[in-house]
Design a protein around this ligand. Structure first.
Ligand code: CA
Length: 225
């Protein structure tokens, strides 16, 4: 994909991009799955990042039992996972994220949040951690979409909310499924590898540009865009 000539909006994923919340998510997933006899390692949890909870549960259940999980089990397991996540301390802001958001906002670009999360604690923290950056009209969350990432729907909805075309935006993502979603929406997609997965996994997902951290993206922002 070509870098946008007239950049107007930057679409940010949340977990693993703005907050360093993925280590907690992966532990919560691993422990709750194990308590139900389902096997999902912490490392594998990173690869499923961005999927809806139900879809993650179904993939693991099908692998072990060869059929779909009961909806009641899915509901219960996902609730337990959210409770387990909420017991962790508040995740740290990702180093470099606040500075990058400020640069984006000050240069007149529209920041948009595009997340598969439905975690209320994190939404409450957005305004506290990044004051004046995001407003509800420019957010796509688990409550807005029918299909989760890697489907392009969340990012297409992000473009719509910003009122811009695909070639007027960039996506910032840390997860392979999120990168796939951005690329499928036709948007120039920057991967920041803030977790334990190999760079090649993000490149194979279609990332147009790969950086080792949000700080690195922040430092190179003017040069890149
Ligand atoms: Ca993410």
């Amino acid at each position: 994909m070509e870098k946008p000539n007239h950049l107007k909006a930057v679409l940010f994923d949340m977990d693993g991009v703005l907050f360093n919340s993925m280590p907690y998510h992966s532990i919560a997933w691993h422990e709750v799955m194990e308590s139900h006899g389902l096997h999902l390692s912490r490392e594998e949890a990173f690869l499923h990042e961005g999927r809806t909870g139900a879809s993650t549960i179904n993939i693991v259940y099908q692998r072990q039992f060869g059929c779909e999980a009961d909806p009641e089990l899915i509901r219960q397991l996902y609730e337990e996972k959210c409770q387990a996540f909420a017991r962790f301390p508040e995740p740290e802001v990702m180093p470099g994220a606040a500075d990058l958001l400020r640069k984006v906002k000050e240069s007149g670009l529209q920041p948009v949040l595009v997340t598969g999360s439905g975690q209320h604690t994190l939404f409450n923290r957005l305004d506290h951690s990044f004051p004046g950056i995001f407003d509800r009209e420019h957010m796509v969350t688990a409550y807005d979409v029918k299909y989760g990432k890697p489907h392009p729907e969340p990012y297409l909805m992000g473009l719509q909310k910003a009122g811009v075309k695909a070639d007027e935006a960039v996506v910032v993502e840390n997860a392979p499924l999120g990168v796939q979603a951005g690329v499928a929406a036709g948007i120039f997609t920057v991967a920041v590898n803030t977790g334990p997965i190999a760079d090649q996994v993000l490149l194979d997902a279609g990332a147009d540009l790969l950086l080792p951290s949000m700080q690195a993206l922040c430092d190179r922002w003017e040069q890149l865009f």
